[in-house]
Design a protein around this ligand. Structure first.
Ligand SMILES: [Zn+2]
Length: 385
């Protein structure tokens, strides 16, 4: 096991270099809605992976989807390549529109690296490269074939990537997700809630609010009552949350509103609750006479339930101990692509990326030391899983 410790030492000496690598990736802006930016990042990553001898495949998405390409980088060990693979998941897109970098440039200060997308999750992409370098330097290999799949649309629901993620997951013994860890210590994520969105659209009848109010049907009033109803579908004890987060409707104050619409965020901790919650939304009927109600949407990211990650987490803990580190686990209401793979029953461990804070905010940063620790942990997992 001296070898694993030597990996950690080797990486420690390269903390600054790995941090610079994160910087190079952050400085290629890659909003989900900017396919050209995402593709420039894919170019850069593809160069880096080819340097390391990976088989790199660019998977183009339908132009109409308005997303960048997926990147699939495969590393084969000399022996054992035919066994079930390990899938490592990450995403190249960020929530930041182009131009954010000019206001919040990449910078390193006091053991932290700041910049849009550092934590979520360009650090994860750099950690994967560093892990492979560390294995190589120690004369070690991954035990199995490893597929690194970098997707362009995780931050906007993974519509173009989902089928590809699931196809790779079905061939995999385990899935390792390089999303950031939880909190300042970067706890791993062994459970995530399922996530969905429902839309309620109400059509009423417009009328003058003063002249003939009796012939109107107020869509805003109808929607307000429906929202009060769906708010009661939440159940904190079962880990179900229901939040109407966007509403719109009406035109002006003297006109009885003809249209109103709400978008409702729904999260469930257990897969078994999906049909029940969905049925409750589908069963909604108009309350005001003459109002029409249309309900659409659903829960499209199933929950990642803890039991699927349990053994994998225990293995990661053993590896961490041998490296002289401690890791902890956590659960979160946020979804990731790990939700899809865990729902297939494939052991999935998430939150293996950097530790830091402020994801999706201007103050986003990583702790640079965590780059080293996580690269060592990933190297150890790839070598032993
Ligand atoms: Zn992310």
């Amino acid at each position: 096991m001296g070898k694993l410790r030597s990996i950690l030492r080797w990486l420690r000496e390269r903390e600054a270099a790995i941090t610079r690598q994160v910087g190079r990736l952050v400085e290629i802006e890659s909003s989900s809605y900017d396919p050209a930016g995402v593709n420039r990042l894919a170019d850069e990553l593809s160069k880096e992976w080819k340097k390391r001898g990976a088989r790199v495949e660019r998977i183009r998405t339908a132009r109409a989807a308005g997303r960048g390409d997926l990147l699939r980088c495969e590393v084969r060990p000399r022996k054992g390549a035919e066994k079930e693979q390990i899938l490592v998941l990450g995403h190249t897109d960020t929530v930041y529109e182009r131009g954010t970098l000019a206001r919040a440039p990449f910078r390193v200060r006091g053991g932290r690296a700041y910049g849009p997308g550092t934590l979520d999750m360009k650090a994860g992409l750099a950690i994967a490269l560093a892990a492979m370098d560390a294995l190589g330097a120690a004369g070690l290999e991954p035990r199995r074939r490893v597929v690194f799949l970098w997707t362009p649309d995780e931050e906007v629901g993974s519509e173009v990537s989902r089928a590809k993620i699931e196809r790779e997951a079905r061939r995999s013994a385990a899935v390792l997700v390089l999303e950031p860890g939880t909190g300042p210590r970067g706890k791993l994520k062994t459970a995530r809630k399922g996530v969905g969105e429902f839309t309620l659209e109400v059509t009423g009848r417009a009328a003058h609010a003063g002249v003939n109010p009796e012939s109107g049907v107020n869509a805003v009033h109808e929607l307000a009552m429906q929202i009060a109803r769906v708010a009661r579908f939440g159940d904190a004890r079962r880990g179900i949350t229901v939040n109407a987060d966007v509403i719109e409707g009406g035109t002006r104050t003297n006109v009885i509103a003809e249209h109103a619409r709400a978008r409702v965020d729904v999260r469930v901790a257990r897969a078994a609750d999906i049909p029940r919650v969905t049925a409750r939304f589908r069963a909604l009927r108009p309350i005001l006479p003459g109002a029409r109600l249309r309900v659409s949407g659903g829960i499209d990211r199933p929950p990642m339930e803890r039991r699927v990650a349990e053994r994998l987490f225990a293995q990661a803990q053993r590896q961490a101990r041998e490296l002289g580190m401690q890791i902890e686990e956590s659960s979160t209401g946020g979804g990731s692509d790990g939700n899809f793979t865990a729902a297939l029953g494939v052991p999935t461990l998430d939150g293996l990326g950097a530790a830091g804070a402020g994801a999706h905010t201007p103050g986003e940063y990583i702790r640079t030391r965590s780059l080293v620790e996580r690269a060592a942990l990933l190297a150890a997992l790839l070598h032993t899983l």
